[in-house]
Design a binder for this molecule. Structure first.
Ligand SMILES: Cc1cc2nc3c(=O)[nH]c(=O)nc-3n(C[C@H](O)[C@H](O)[C@H](O)COP(=O)(O)OP(=O)(O)OC[C@H]3O[C@@H](n4cnc5c(N)ncnc54)[C@H](O)[C@@H]3O)c2cc1C
Length: 401
């Protein structure tokens, strides 16, 4: 989503550009997510700071997270910085830095989708957060205060009011929060592909190749592709969870790790439907009405990016999901796994690579990369072409650490 959006913005401005991917566009993290365009996301998801939560998470008792203990020594430097950046005042600062980009996301998606002819894939249906405990609801206090300050609408609903919105939910929760500005995409991979197709329609060239071959060449950059070497005056690294494989070679140093996540699709039972995405706060999963079926997505797994999948969070979430909604047979042969590319302060990197004049970075959007692709694409294209950036890019500099 990030690379396709950057490419679409450059091509629409008349830049001659080549998008290099080792697969088709939109076939990795940007296909398997929850498909939520979350202009209503308030505070970033921080590392738990209360001792009893840390213990629950560490013991694998919390559905929201899972840890591979063998990966922890390697992850420790990142986790310590993530923990420090999750202090309430720092999360608040990150949320303020991110707000202009997040607020722009619906309009920026709408503009690309209108040109790409993929408006069907964006539904202004909203998001329903349901709470099984009062404690869970109370934990959203900071989000609600932030929403009040920024004028982002939400509604506190009792169980009956929530069931009036989504009559097929079962009454296993006590109350709910409705976020009407959140948009739902029933096929995130297809929306990403439509932006890549818009790039090609605007004169861009898509070619398969390995970005790890990127090297300085004749005053610019060269990358090897199936169509032979591609040379360019400027290059952008937007490789999601694989970004640091290439960026680190050019001196980029940012506290980076991946937060893995899973999904599986189940068929609804009978005529059961959902109009919008539902987040089960205490159950630690999201339930999304997708073209393929009901998608259940999980929280965060800290593990080595390339370690074999361990979908234990899906196993923990599924009984809660069956309680909440009438679900039937499993559609997928095996769970999907993806890796959210995350930077410790929960802000992406968007801008020039430090010490480089023609190498650019756009990665690290963590839980919000599907939302933030189009505004990131616009911001980076404006910076590359020397236009006035539509939001202040300072918080996203790679040399902020
Ligand atoms: C379970 C889950 C749920 C989520 N839900 C949401 C949500 O509801 N809303 C939201 O906004 N975000 C969500 N996210 C986060 C979001 O999916 C990511 O932040 C986003 O997809 C990252 O996009 P990207 O373009 O940076 O990376 P990717 O989509 O992973 O793209 C990276 C691209 O780089 C290519 N590539 C990798 N290595 C090479 C190489 N060597 N050579 C060439 N090409 C290469 C890949 O093929 C791929 O096309 C979720 C994530 C997960 C895991």
């Amino acid at each position: 989503m990030v690379g396709a959006s950057v490419a679409a913005h450059l091509a629409r401005r008349g830049v001659s550009a080549t998008l290099v991917d080792r697969r088709g566009a939109g076939e990795e993290t940007s296909s398997g997510n929850a498909g939520l365009i979350e202009a209503s996301r308030m505070l970033p998801i921080g590392f738990p700071r209360k001792a009893r939560y840390i213990i629950r998470h560490a013991l694998g008792l919390s559905p929201q997270s899972n840890y591979h203990w063998s990966a922890l020594p390697g992850l420790l430097p990142f986790l310590l910085r993530y923990w420090a950046s999750s202090r309430p005042d720092r999360l608040d600062a990150s949320a303020r830095a991110l707000r202009p980009l997040l607020a722009a996301a619906p309009d920026e998606h709408a503009a690309l989708a209108a040109e790409a002819g993929s408006q069907r894939l964006i539904r202004p249906a909203g998001l329903l957060q349901v709470f099984r405990t009062e404690e869970g609801f109370a934990e959203t206090g900071a989000d609600r205060r932030f929403a009040d300050e920024f004028g982002v609408p939400y509604e506190i609903l009792d169980r009956d009011a929530a069931l009036a919105l989504e009559p097929h939910l079962r009454p296993v929760f006590r109350r709910a929060l409705s976020w009407p500005r959140t948009e739902n995409c029933p096929d995130p991979g297809a929306l990403t592909k439509s932006y890549a197709a818009l790039f090609e329609k605007s004169g861009g060239v898509f070619v398969r190749g390995d970005a790890r071959t990127l090297h300085a060449y004749a005053g610019g950059w060269r990358v090897e592709t199936e169509a032979g070497p591609v040379d360019a005056k400027q290059a952008v690294i937007a490789l999601g969870p694989w970004s640091m494989d290439v960026a680190a070679r050019f001196g980029v140093r940012v506290p980076f790790a991946v937060k893995r996540g899973y999904h599986v699709h189940l068929a609804p039972e009978g005529n059961a439907t959902l109009g919008r995405g539902v987040l089960d706060y205490d159950g630690g999963f999201a339930l999304l009405p997708m073209d393929r079926g009901m998608r259940i997505t999980t929280g965060v797994e800290f593990a080595r990016r390339d370690a074999p999948p361990t979908p234990v969070q899906l196993q923990r979430a599924l009984p809660f999901a069956h309680e909440l909604f009438p679900l039937g047979r499993t559609i997928d042969d095996k769970p999907w796994m993806g890796s959210r590319p995350a930077i410790a302060d929960s802000l992406p990197v968007i801008g020039r690579a430090p010490g480089q004049s023609t190498l650019w970075l756009a990665f690290g959007h963590a839980h919000l990369g599907f939302t933030l692709g189009p505004p990131t694409g616009r911001l980076l294209a404006e910076m590359m072409l020397g236009e006035k950036p539509f939001v202040d890019p300072t918080p996203f500099r790679a040399d902020r650490f």
